[in-house]
Design a protein around this ligand. Structure first.
Ligand code: NAP
Length: 252
């Protein structure tokens, strides 16, 4: 229970990696606000119920992480209904696969807005509020193996995810002296809705797994374990870092 008494907000946590992170933070004692863009919020409600069943407080909060008004309202709601946030996990993200020569301005902007500006925006709203109240905090950004590995059709997604690394170390330099550590986890290939097209094609799956030293796809818990470490005092001397959690994919 290393996160006992902490309050966390995890974005994009209605499913997948975000859900895995929200659940593990709760298992380690945190109360958790579960964000998603989904209008029905069915996913987030399921996660909230699961967390409450484990004895922690939880709150479902809808917002598009790339929309400043919605992000502001999200932090207001969590602060009011759950309390001041200690841990922000910027997990929400989208991936599309499009040939470089065909990407439109709108497609570029949508991906970079959610995947890079979203974490910047949520972090700024969080840090402004925390520092104004004299509070400390902790941010973990979710990047991607694609910060270091070229996969076809990602000339919009990969720069956004590599940008998360620069965002992490630059925010860390400004915010750590004020008591807010900032780190980043780059997931490899993790079985979620985002990668279902790989999981459902035995041939593609076999090819991808053959490139992973550990010999299997990741699961959300693999990522959550490292996020929970970075969010805890066990990592109190770690900041500005980006860690690949990819089963050795980029090094095989
Ligand atoms: P996922 O299963 O698609 O879950 C992502 C969640 O984020 C969805 O519930 C989605 O809602 C939500 N979301 C999308 N846009 C949002 C927005 N603007 N505001 C708030 N929530 C939003 O994806 P995942 O695989 O868990 O990925 C989570 C993170 O890990 C992403 O940042 C992704 O880039 C990164 N990642 C994943 C992998 C992988 O192999 N899975 C690898 C490297 C990095 P809707 O479904 O309703 O749109």
């Amino acid at each position: 229970m290393k996160l006992q008494g902490k309050i966390a907000l995890v974005t994009g946590a209605g499913q997948g990696i975000g859900r895995g992170i929200a659940e593990l933070l709760a298992e380690q004692g945190a109360d958790v606000a579960v964000n998603d863009i989904s209008l029905t919020a069915e996913g987030t409600e399921n996660v909230v119920e699961w967390i409450r069943s484990k004895g922690q407080r939880a709150l479902s909060v809808q917002a598009d992480v790339s929309n400043r008004d919605q992000v502001q309202a999200m932090f207001d709601k969590v602060w009011r209904e759950l309390g001041p946030i200690d841990i922000l996990v910027n997990n929400a993200g989208i991936e599309t696969i499009l040939p470089f020569l065909e990407i439109t301005d709108e497609q570029w902007t949508r991906v970079t807005d959610i995947d890079l500006r979203g974490p910047w925006l949520c972090s700024q709203v969080f840090c402004r509020r925390a520092t104004a109240e004299g509070r400390t905090g902790n941010i973990v950004n979710i990047g991607s193996v694609q910060a270091a590995k070229i996969l076809p059709g990602r000339t919009h997604y990969a720069p956004a995810k590599l940008g998360i690394e620069a965002l992490t170390r630059n925010m860390s330099a400004e915010m750590t002296p004020l008591g807010i550590r900032v780190n980043c986890v780059h997931p490899g290939f993790v079985a979620t809705n985002m990668t279902s097209w790989i999981m459902e094609d035995p041939e593609i799956l076999k090819n991808v797994v053959a490139q992973i030293s550990v010999g299997r796809p990741g699961v959300p818990r693999d990522i959550a374990n490292v996020v929970a470490f970075l969010a805890s005092e066990d990592s109190s001397y770690v900041t500005g870092q980006s860690l690949h959690v990819d089963g050795g994919w980029i090094y095989k």
